[in-house]
Design a protein around this ligand. Structure first.
Ligand SMILES: Nc1ncnc2c1ncn2[C@@H]1O[C@H](COP(=O)(O)OP(=O)(O)O)[C@@H](O)[C@H]1O
Ligand SMILES: [Mg+2]
Length: 402
C-alpha cells in the first residue's frame, strides 16, 4: 500500500500558527454545503480567542443550538460577546448575518434619506434583499468589509453561506453587482429609453404578457426601484471590489472545508484552483468528518483478514459477537481506505496544499465544549478523535511540533 507514503507527504496545516500570527486578520471558511463550514468557523474563532486574540465570527446559518451556545438568540447584525471561561486569554464576539438588515444599511449609507426611504419601501427591493440568489454572499462580504474597518477585532473569521456550490461565494457578489449595475434592468425598466423605442410595439406585447404573469404593479415597482437605486449602483460596485481586493491581501487566509466524499472533494479541488486564479491566499484544506482507524492492537488488521476471520468463526458457529466486531472493523478499514484514496487523489492534483483532518464525532457539535474539541482536532492535538490519523503521520515525519 502507498497509503503511508501519501500521508507522510502531506504537510499539516498548522492551525495554531495561523491563528496566533498577528498577520492573520481574516479567515474565510468555504466549501460545499453541509461539510462543516459554520462549525469550523466557530471552532477557529473560539480557539483564536482562547489563545489570546480579539476574534469575531460572522456566522451565516448556525444550527439553533450552536447559535444559542454562543449567546446568539436571533439574527442580529451586531457582534455580541460570547462568554468564555476565565482562562481565555482573548475575547470572542459572534454574530449571525442578517442579510436584509445589512442590505438596508448599505442603501442608507449610499442614498440620501428620501431615496433610501423610497428604495426600502419598494416591494421589488424587499424581494431582492431577501431572496435574490447571491444577496447573502454579497452581504457576507459587505459585513466583512465593515468589520475590517473597525478597530475592535484583530481577527475576523467568516463563515460562508450555504450555497449549492462552494464557488458561489466568489461568484455571487459579482453577479449581484452586475445585476444591480444593471444594463439589463435599466433596459427593462426605462420605457422612455431608446432601447424600448426600438423594441416598440413588440415590447409592449411582451410587457403586457409579462405584466399579466407577474402583475403590472410588479413592473411599475421595478421601474421605480431602478430609478431610485440608480444613485447607489456605483457605491455597491465599489464596495464589492474593495472587499474583493481585501480578500487578496496576505492578511487573509482561506480555509477550504471538505468531507471525504467524491463530490465535496471535487468542489474543494475547484475551489483551490479558483483561489489560485484569483490570487487569494489559501491557508489549507480541512477534511472534516473523517474515519481514522482506532489505535490499539486492532489497527493493523486489514479488512480482508478481518472478513476471513469473521467467515471462519461464523462457520464454526461460535463467538457471534467477535464475528460482528470483525465485520464492523472490516467496514471501518474500507471506509478509511476509501477516504485515504480520495485525499491522495486531491493532493496529487494540488501538491503542497496543507491539510488538517477532523474525525467524525458521534454527535453533532452544538456547544462550546464541542467547538473546543473541533478546534483542538483542527490544531492536531493528541487525545482528540483524530488521534489515530495523527499518530500515523507523526510516525512518518518525526517533526510534529505539538
Ligand atoms: N466533525 C464533526 N463530527 C460530527 N458532526 C459534525 C462535525 N462537523 C460538523 N458536524 C455537524 O454537521 C452539521 C453540518 O455542519 P455545519 O457546520 O452546519 O455545515 P455547513 O456550515 O458547511 O453547512 C452540523 O449539525 C454539525 O454539528
Ligand atoms: Mg453553514
Amino acid at each position: 500500500m502507498t497509503e503511508t507514503n501519501d500521508v507522510r507527504e502531506t504537510a499539516r496545516l498548522d492551525v495554531d500558527a495561523l491563528l496566533d500570527s498577528p498577520r492573520t486578520r481574516i479567515v474565510v471558511c468555504c466549501g460545499a454545503g453541509g461539510v462543516g463550514k459554520t462549525t469550523t468557523a466557530a471552532a477557529l474563532g473560539l480557539r483564536a480567542a482562547e489563545r489570546g486574540r480579539r476574534a469575531v465570527v460572522i456566522t451565516v446559518d448556525p444550527a439553533r443550538r450552536l447559535a444559542q451556545s454562543m449567546g446568539l438568540a436571533e439574527l442580529d447584525n451586531t457582534p455580541r460577546p460570547v462568554p468564555l471561561p476565565e482562562t481565555a486569554r482573548g475575547s470572542l464576539h459572534a454574530m449571525m448575518l442578517d442579510m436584509k438588515r445589512t442590505f438596508d444599511e448599505v442603501v442608507k449609507e449610499h442614498a440620501d434619506p428620501e431615496r433610501a426611504r423610497q428604495i426600502l419601501a419598494n416591494p421589488f427591493y424587499q424581494t431582492l434583499s431577501t431572496s435574490f440568489s447571491g444577496t447573502q454572499e454579497y452581504m457576507a462580504m459587505e459585513k466583512l468589509g465593515q468589520l475590517r474597518q473597525s478597530d475592535e477585532w484583530d481577527l475576523i473569521v467568516v463563515d460562508t453561506p450555504p450555497s449549492r456550490s462552494a464557488l458561489d461565494f466568489l461568484d455571487a457578489p459579482e453577479r449581484l453587482g452586475r445585476f444591480l449595475d444593471g444594463k439589463l434592468i435599466r433596459f427593462l425598466s426605462t420605457p422612455a429609453s431608446g432601447a424600448f423605442r426600438l423594441l416598440g410595439a413588440g415590447f409592449n406585447v411582451v410587457s403586457s404578457v409579462v405584466g399579466k404573469i407577474v402583475g403590472a404593479q410588479f413592473l411599475a415597482d421595478l421601474r421605480s426601484f431602478v430609478s431610485a437605486f440608480d444613485t447607489v449602483f456605483g457605491g455597491f460596485q465599489e464596495r464589492a471590489e474593495r472587499t474583493y481586493r481585501l480578500l487578496q491581501t496576505p492578511g487573509t487566509a482561506f480555509v477550504v472545508v471538505a468531507v471525504p466524499d467524491t463530490d465535496a472533494m471535487r468542489e474543494a479541488s475547484y475551489f483551490v484552483d479558483r483561489l489560485a486564479q484569483e490570487s487569494m491566499p489559501l491557508a489549507g484544506l480541512v477534511i472534516n468528518r473523517t474515519h481514522p482507524l482506532p489505535s490499539g492492537p486492532g489497527a493493523r488488521l486489514g479488512s480482508a483478514e478481518a472478513l476471513a476471520a469473521a467467515g471462519d468463526l461464523a462457520e464454526a458457529g461460535t463467538h457471534p459477537l467477535a464475528v460482528a466486531a470483525l465485520r464492523l472493523h472490516a467496514e471501518r478499514v474500507r471506509t478509511h481506505e476509501r477516504e485515504t484514496r480520495l485525499r491522495a487523489r486531491l493532493l496529487s492534483a494540488h501538491r503542497g496544499v496543507r491539510v488538517s483532518e477532523v474525525a467524525a464525532r458521534p454527535e453533532d457539535v452544538h456547544d462550546l465544549a464541542g467547538l473546543r474539541g473541533i478546534g483542538s482536532a483542527l490544531a492536531g492535538e493528541a487525545g482528540q478523535t483524530g488521534e489515530g490519523t495523527r499518530r500515523r503521520e507523526g510516525d512518518g515525519t518525526g517533526q510534529e511540533d505539538h
